[in-house]
Design a protein around this ligand. Structure first.
Ligand code: GDP
Ligand code: ZN
Length: 451
């Protein structure tokens, strides 16, 4: 046995019954497996229709086979793609046959990991594949595609090269201090370049934040007195009947989560029992959960009945929320109050007047939430970003901040050079130019099998 990579196989299309199932095989044993399974090695990149032969020579299934020789394949290895019938039983039998022929089952993300290790993808591009597959809205899907095209990776790499150049320049200034009576550290060249890099990094952080918001969206908790129309609003937004809408006060006892997207912005809406004090043990548990939800929320939608306006309970709620979480007051039932739909202010907070029953004012709510998410304007974020990316960008930013002080306050070139190195390494983690084995494991194991 060679000590190179082995050959892996997995179902690449969704599990369950479907018209077609795609099984992907990657590794050095692919040509031998193809000959045994198909009776021949198909011409590269040409779809052939063939029987997939079992050990006894009888057909397990019939379908399309595609052979991509290394290195021109997704993983950079020899790859065989088998498109068979989408029955779980047939898929299992075909996978079993591939294992018999020397493949092993792929671990989650293992195909993408091999593509990354063979320089087919940068790390953020590999993540973009997962994001494109998981995308909850069409805006998120197109941003994931732009990430996959390398938009984010190119910007990060450009910044990283600027950092490397500045570090080399700074180290040269340290090695040749006061050459010809020129003060390299103090002549403003290094400070100017550093300021420029910090400006570019700050702009990239803003765009990455938007990209992360697009991927993750807003988590909204719906609060309000009984019967103001919380469940009706949720149903109207979700256009489904997941929450129980009744005229008995206090029916929504448990916490309900609803995932949806409005105008391309993913939302997690959480309908709660509210925060009111109660002796009913079941309701008390609901209140405890509502408080826990509040801690994780990006924003509270406090629903009030516009024909009555915010009541004493609502003011208590606002007091309890304090500035722990931004609040939008939703003044519902304008079909009863007769007020005009749209954005306004109530109880000192941003507010939207609408009717869950007629749907009036829902456009204003969508615009309001997009603005709350920092997605104002018509421009879509041009790439998706993850928490991991934001965290690495923040570390780079902090290092440059310290570096600036080392230069300006301490005039210590060596210490600046060290901070530049830290910033450079942090940016390198995003694209995978500088990545530990642990981080790779954590990223790729969160992928689905077959990616
Ligand atoms: P919750 O207890 O806050 O969840 O309130 P529900 O969603 O269960 O609604 C309570 C009652 O108010 C139901 O009879 C709804 O049909 C009614 N309701 C909800 N929204 C509106 C609205 O915009 N206009 C009118 N006229 N009735 C509404
Ligand atoms: Zn309700």
């Amino acid at each position: 046995m060679s000590d190179g990579p082995d050959t892996i196989a997995a179902l690449a299309s969704g599990a369950g019954r479907a018209g077609v199932a795609v099984i992907r095989v990657s590794g050095p044993a692919v040509p031998a497996i193809a000959r045994a399974l198909l009776g021949r090695l198909p011409s590269p990149r040409r779809a052939v229709v063939a029987a997939f032969a079992g050990a006894d020579g009888r057909a397990l299934d019939r379908g399309v086979a595609l052979y991509f020789p290394a290195p021109a394949s997704f993983t950079g290895e020899h790859v065989l793609e088998l498109q068979g019938h989408g029955s779980p039983v047939l898929v299992d039998r075909l996978l079993a046959r591939l294992l018999e022929l020397g493949a092993r089952l792929a671990e989650p993300g293992e195909f993408s990991r091999r593509a990354f290790l063979n320089d087919k993808l940068s790390l953020d591009q590999a993540e973009a594949i997962a994001d494109a597959i998981d995308a909850g809205s069409s805006a998120a899907a197109s941003a994931a595609m732009r990430s996959l095209e390398g938009v984010f990776a190119r910007e990060i790499e450009a910044l990283r090269s600027a950092l490397i150049e500045l570090r080399v320049y700074t180290e040269a200034a340290i090695d040749f201090p006061d050459e010809d009576d020129v003060d390299f550290l103090g002549d403003g060249e290094i400070a100017g370049r550093l300021a420029d890099i910090r400006r570019r990094l700050a702009a990239l952080i803003d765009r990455a934040r938007e990209g992360a918001r697009l991927r993750e969206g807003l988590r909204l908790v719906i609060l309000g007195a009984p019967n103001v129309g919380k469940s009706s609003l949720l149903n109207r937004l979700a256009r489904r009947d997941t929450a129980i809408v009744t005229e008995i006060a206090g029916t929504t006892r448990d916490v309900l989560h609803e995932q949806l997207a409005i105008d391309g912005l993913p939302l997690t809406l959480v309908d709660t029992a509210g925060l009111r004090e109660t002796d009913d043990p079941i309701e008390a548990e609901g209140v405890r959960r509502a408080r826990a939800e509040l801690a994780q929320a990006d924003r509270v939608l406090l629903v009030v009945d516009d024909s009555r306006g915010p009541g004493p309970d609502d003011h208590c709620l606002l007091e309890e929320i304090g500035d722990r979480c931004p609040v939008s007051v939703i003044a519902n039932k304008i079909d009863l109050s007769g007020a005009a739909a749209g954005e306004t202010r109530l109880a000192g907070r941003e507010a939207v007047r609408l009717s869950a029953t007629t749907g009036a004012g829902l456009d204003a709510l969508a615009a309001h939430l997009r603005r709350a998410a920092g997605l104002a304007g018509d421009s879509e974020p041009d790439f998706v970003a993850r928490r991991r990316h934001l965290e690495a960008l923040a570390r780079a930013d902090a290092a440059l901040d310290r570096g600036h002080d080392r230069l300006v306050v301490d005039a210590a070139g060596e210490l600046l050079a060290e901070e530049l190195r830290v910033a450079q390494a942090a940016l390198g983690e995003i694209t995978g130019a500088f990545t530990s084995e642990d981080l790779l494991g954590a990223i790729f194991s969160s992928f689905c099998i077959g990616k």
